[in-house]
Design a protein around this ligand. Structure first.
Ligand code: NAD
Length: 254
């Protein structure tokens, strides 16, 4: 099959995608592979990671990113790091289990820090690296009942900008993508949880809350977020760093 020049953009590069077995991570892994990268699919879902790795001719890394001890002494030889794995929990602060708060902070803020820490020496040595952090509109704005998620994503925004500052002299960029509501298993679970918290049917969560808050009355397709991730890793984004790219149907512009 002939390939356009753009499809070769990441030829010779290795890209690691956390949470690559599902949703946005899967779409990002496919987009990066489509740009020529060798993709490492890191996920706690071992079978899912292997399935995606087989599809893309890449490699699976079965890893629980909550196990920070295992990440502390790691050395990663990757050129593109996509910090994407995430979970969501919806509950009022006074009912929010502190253990859940901690778990979300570890998975969505501490583990990205540890992976970046493990990858930067290789990137600095090669004088080239791309860190793409899958944040959220909740990295920029709050919503009720998502205290841990909003806190972790706001922290990730700060981490991403700090990587951008430190990496600039070494050819390393770091950016966030900030999706609104994306059609993935995570959002399906969130619909069920929000229905309980608000005491309304699930259909109303989608219609009244999710689409009601979104000027373009549609959920985002994961493939579009995946394309944005691959673009941020590609040559046309060489001058983009410390930035946050919303893809939210106008959610943050309201
Ligand atoms: P998803 O549930 O479809 O996929 C998440 C992936 O992360 C799964 O494959 C899961 O196995 C993996 N994962 C979970 N815990 C893990 C762990 N401890 N170690 C390793 N892997 C683990 O979710 P998604 O919607 O694709 O979300 C991906 C990212 O996008 C998250 O960071 C999420 O916050 C962000 N995001 C999602 C939306 C949305 O509407 N879906 C919106 C904005 C941001």
């Amino acid at each position: 099959m002939s390939q356009t020049p753009q499809q070769q953009d990441l030829e010779g590069r290795t890209a690691l995608v956390t949470g690559g077995a599902s949703g946005i991570g899967l779409a990002a892994a496919r987009a990066l592979a489509g740009s020529g990268a060798h993709v490492v699919v890191a996920d706690v879902d071992e079978a899912g990671a292997q399935r995606v790795a087989d599809e893309l001719g890449g490699r699976a890394w079965a890893v629980d990113l909550l196990d920070t001890a295992a990440l502390a002494d790691l050395s990663l030889e990757v050129d593109v790091l996509v910090n994407n794995a995430g979970i969501q929990k919806v509950a009022p602060i006074q009912e929010f289990d502190p253990a859940d708060f901690h778990r979300i902070l570890v998975l969505m803020l501490e583990s990205p820090f540890l992976l970046v820490r493990a990858a930067l020496p290789h990137m600095y040595e090669r004088g080239w690296g791309r860190v793409v952090n899958v944040s959220s509109v909740h990295g920029l704005r709050a919503s009720p009942y998502k205290s841990a998620y909003v806190s972790a994503k706001h922290g990730l925004e700060g981490l991403s900008k700090t990587i951008a500052m430190e990496g600039a002299a070494h050819g390393v960029t770091s950016n966030c993508v900030n999706p609104g509501y994306v059609r993935t298993p995570l959002v399906e679970k969130q619909v069920a949880d929000q229905a309980k918290v608000h005491g309304i049917p699930e259909s109303e969560v989608v219609e009244r809350i999710m689409l009601g808050e979104t000027p373009i009355k549609k959920l985002v397709d994961p493939e579009d977020v995946g394309s944005l991730v691959a673009w941020l890793a590609g040559p046309h984004a060489a001058m983009v760093t410390g930035a946050s790219y919303t893809m939210d149907g106008g959610w943050t512009a309201r």
